[in-house]
Design a binder for this molecule. Structure first.
Ligand code: LRH
Ligand code: MN
Ligand code: MN
Length: 388
């Protein structure tokens, strides 16, 4: 059996992954939302479910909120509730994609009144961060156009900068702004923040506490995502990840499910670039569980990240460097692949037990009775996101 060195164990112990509250709500495609028994009926129940993931994995100590999906009257009370369950409230995600006023844009809109409304929403999100103790405001913009000529591409970049500047100016202390990019959807001709370059340009113009958010599902098929990870870490501008996996578009499937090797390659560059356990980089999931049970779906997800992190930590960096320097292409590739093909699951199971956790968190959750309890107690769970 592979052994995990004390150094690797220490790095794995420090790893933490933030869970999205919306992963616990019902979700679907634009064709159908299937409801799942036991789905949370309010933000409190979403947090209770997220705490279950952390209880069996010790990997997920924070929950990200989406506003207004997770709107409550008293955020300080929500925070206390979360803390009592052993989790923190994490990133606050703004939402300017479900309001009729934003049909032609929000922060980029031609009409100053619409921009005002969108900026005010972000200022409200920062008020919420003050109450929840969250560090990061995550902004993803559903803005763009469908037809060539429809929009003034350049003017929109200028207005985006002005809007972001006003939002950024309201941050205080350790608070940060992370700007997420996505090359398509819901607009299909152009998107106002389509790529890491645009996000980088916009956040760089704001200041040190503005960073890029990389959602793994937001790239064209075939994009070398680990290269982007490397570059952003090199530039000190990788603020956060939204992890998920995809076969076709922005599928939001379980991270590591579609392409475990890609996840391994990304984590290798994270480690190489000093990003693992680096407080400047927030590791988040951004997923939906449309047909599978949600809590086990999230447990599987954080375990996939943990497994691929362990494999990436096993890459023999010295042997790799020697092979690279001597121009031995195949030897270098073999060092890399040896680590990827190492089954770390038995070693991780043993290591978990040594920390007082169950060797198999999926089985521990299944045996806990929690799923049966919520399925009987909760009726009429709410939809998480799309079409809510
Ligand atoms: C957009 C996105 C963004 C949203 C989330 C629900 O596709 O990735 O992060 O906030 O989905
Ligand atoms: Mn995302
Ligand atoms: Mn997405």
């Amino acid at each position: 059996m592979t052994t995990l060195s004390p150094d690797i164990q220490a790095q794995l112990t420090a790893q933490s992954i933030e869970l999205p509250s919306w992963a616990f709500g019902n979700s679907g495609t634009r064709f159908k939302v299937f409801t799942t028994p036991g789905t949370p009926r309010d933000p409190y129940e979403k947090i209770a479910d997220a705490a279950q993931v952390n209880r069996v994995t010790a990997l997920a100590p924070a929950v990200a909120l989406h506003i207004p999906w997770d709107k409550v009257d008293d955020y300080a009370a929500l925070r206390t509730y979360a803390n009592d369950l052993g989790v923190e409230l994490g990133t606050i995600n703004s939402n300017t994609f479900q309001d009729d006023d934003y049909k032609f844009g929000a922060l980029t809109h031609e009409d100053a009144a619409v921009r005002r409304k969108a900026i005010d929403h972000h200022l409200e999100c920062i008020d919420i961060m003050d109450a929840t103790g969250s560090r990061d405001l995550k902004i993803w913009l559903a803005e763009g156009s469908n037809y060539p000529g429809q929009a003034d591409l350049r003017g929109r970049q200028d207005r985006l900068h002005e809007s972001l500047q006003e939002i950024y100016a309201r941050l205080s202390g350790e608070q940060r702004l992370v700007l997420e990019y996505k090359f398509f959807e819901p607009a299909f001709y152009h998107t106002d923040v389509p790529d890491w370059g645009t996000s980088y340009v916009q956040v760089s113009a704001l200041g040190e506490r503005a960073m890029v958010c990389l959602d793994t599902g937001h790239h064209a098929p075939g994009t070398n995502i680990e290269f982007i990870v490397m570059q952003l870490l090199r530039l000190g501008k990788l603020g956060s990840f939204d992890f998920n996996s995809r076969f076709y578009a922005d599928d939001d499937l379980i991270v590591g499910a579609a392409d475990p090797f890609q996840l391994f390659r990304i984590l290798f560059e994270v480690i190489r670039g000093g990003g693992l356990n680096n407080p400047d980089v927030a590791f988040m999931l951004d997923q939906c569980h449309n047909v599978e049970k949600k809590i086990p779906g999230q447990i599987r997800s954080v375990l996939n990240v943990q497994e691929m992190t362990a494999r990436a930590l096993l890459v023999d960096a010295e042997a790799l460097r020697v092979a690279q320097l001597s121009g031995d292409v195949l030897a270098a590739n073999a060092v890399f692949m040896d680590a990827f093909y190492t089954d770390v699951r038995p070693a991780l199971g043993q290591w978990r037990e040594s920390r007082g956790l169950a060797a198999d968190p999926m089985a521990a959750y299944a045996a806990s009775g929690y799923q049966e309890k919520i399925e009987t107690e909760r009726l009429g769970g709410v939809q998480a996101s799309w079409g809510a």
